[in-house]
Design a protein around this ligand. Structure first.
Ligand code: ADP
Length: 446
């Protein structure tokens, strides 16, 4: 087992990883920007190294600084968390070349899935159902028009190297195609330096349902059920739950087996998430994330499995001892992403936190690196806390969530807690009848 892990991240996920390491008797190294010197993950880690100025490009994305920090502290592995360098194949190559273990899949698997065109093609060949769409990259407007005519409008044009909802444009009719095609390409070029795009049928009322897998690269793969992440704003997840209100045991078993078989065939190792759109009881693959996800706690709550510890064990070369029949799904879990934003305008609201009081009690978990007196720097992602609630049934989970939201106090800054309170009281949400467009529509009409 590793003796010391460097955590190449910040905020709640750095703390989450530190906690897993601590329970496993592994020492931790925190790296931080000069703006994060008083962050909770830095305070709790065994050692810490400042890796640069506030800007992420110069700190959390600064590969030479991170490698130097690992070498100075003698860390034998690096956990990337999510975001930042977690899906950067070049980083994995460099880490590996320095004799340090990257906690995650191989650089080849990251490359394969990081290019959404090759990811889709790979999954299709492995028998995973995909959204109908273009055969690979669409290079010219003429090709786009031909492809769209074959798929049928509306269509969505997506960046092959995209992420976080960038480089994605919908063309409702042929009249919109030219504009959607060129803006998807230019947005993609700007965001990721690559303008390769592809096209898919734009599904009108799907849910976003993703399957969590855990694999050891030694032939053992289990799936840990689904998360419903349909509540989105600007293609970004706001609230997630497991099980999905739309799922049946039969559907879960079917898609879980399809996914686990594909992952085994790929010889993938580590944790991963296979994302689908789900409409009329059919699954359509959209992308695979080759890392831990923000919403992983809902799966941990319903399965009782610590995904970060499992990830570390697999990276250290231990075979998975869990078998699919050992995975038992218990009760219901919901996660609210709380951000430092105005709940109505979504304007960013960094600054000093004058009071921070988290809810507690049975079945309530808060993953957050905040504390009273902490000053939220303006340079990073606005996520400040994840409230995760677990109970025996969805009904009980909603009652518990409502209670936990009432107890949660964050003063000094604006947060999206009031939005979550609105959602939990909404009749349609309570009935579980929502799709990926529901939240945007609700926000536009409220
Ligand atoms: P990103 O990597 O940028 O997050 P994804 O491919 O995961 O992009 O898609 C993000 C979200 O965009 C999905 O959860 C869904 O809401 C929407 N979306 C993507 N593809 C389609 C599609 N073919 N039809 C309808 N909505 C889509």
């Amino acid at each position: 087992m590793f003796e010391k892990i460097l955590i190449a991240n910040r905020g709640e996920i750095a703390l989450r990883i530190h906690r897993a390491c601590r329970e496993m008797g592994i020492k931790t190294v925190a790296v931080h920007s000069s703006a994060d010197a008083d962050a909770m993950h830095v305070r709790l880690a065994d050692e810490s190294v400042c890796i640069g100025p506030p800007s992420s490009t110069d700190s959390y994305l600064n590969i030479p600084s991170i490698i130097a920090a690992a070498e100075i502290t003698n860390a034998d592995a690096i956990h990337p968390g999510y975001g930042f360098l977690s899906e950067n194949a070049k980083f994995v190559d460099i880490v590996t070349a320095h004799g340090i273990k990257f906690i995650g899949p191989s650089a080849d698997h990251i490359r394969l899935m990081g290019d959404k065109i090759t990811a889709k093609e790979t999954m299709r060949k492995l028998g995973v159902p995909c959204v109908p769409g273009s055969a690979g990259e669409v290079m010219t407007l003429a090709e786009a028009a031909q492809s769209a005519a074959e798929i049928g409008y509306p269509v969505i044009i997506k960046a092959s190297a995209g992420g976080g909802g960038r480089g994605m444009k919908v063309a409702a009719t042929a009249d919109d195609l030219s504009e959607a095609f060129s803006s998807a390409r230019s947005e993609s070029k700007l965001a990721v330096g690559n303008d390769a795009v592809y096209m898919e049928e734009y599904l009108s009322t799907p849910r976003h349902i993703e399957i969590q897998i855990l694999a050891d690269g030694q032939g053992n793969v289990v799936h840990l059920g689904e998360r419903d992440c349909s509540l989105q704003r600007r293609h970004q997840k706001v609230l997630e739950e497991s099980p999905s209100p739309a799922m049946t045991d039969q559907l879960r078993t079917r898609i879980g087996k399809t996914v686990a078989d594909a992952i085994r065939d790929m010889n993938y190792d580590g944790v991963g998430t296979i994302e689908f759109l789900f409409e009329n009881d059919e699954f359509y693959f959209i992308e695979m994330n080759t890392r831990l996800q923000v919403e992983h706690p809902v799966t941990e709550m319903v399965t009782g499995i610590d995904l970060v510890q499992a990830q570390i064990n697999v990276a250290a070369g231990y075979p998975l001892t869990l078998r699919q029949e050992d995975i038992k799904f218990s009760g219901h879990a919901i996660e609210c992403r709380v951000t430092a934003e105005d709940a109505v305008t979504f304007a960013a609201s960094p600054g000093p936190v004058t009071e921070f009081h988290v809810p507690g009690g049975l079945g309530v978990r808060v993953d957050s690196a905040l504390y009273t007196g902490y000053n939220i720097p303006p340079y990073y992602d606005s996520l400040i806390a994840k409230l995760i609630v677990h109970s025996n049934s969805r009904e009980e989970c909603l009652l518990r969530l409502n209670r936990a939201l009432e107890e949660f106090v964050v003063s000094g800054i604006k947060t999206t807690l009031p939005l979550h309170q609105e959602i939990v009281h909404n009749a349609e949400f309570r009935a579980g009848s929502y799709n990926i467009h529901w939240l945007e529509k609700y926000l536009a009409e409220r």
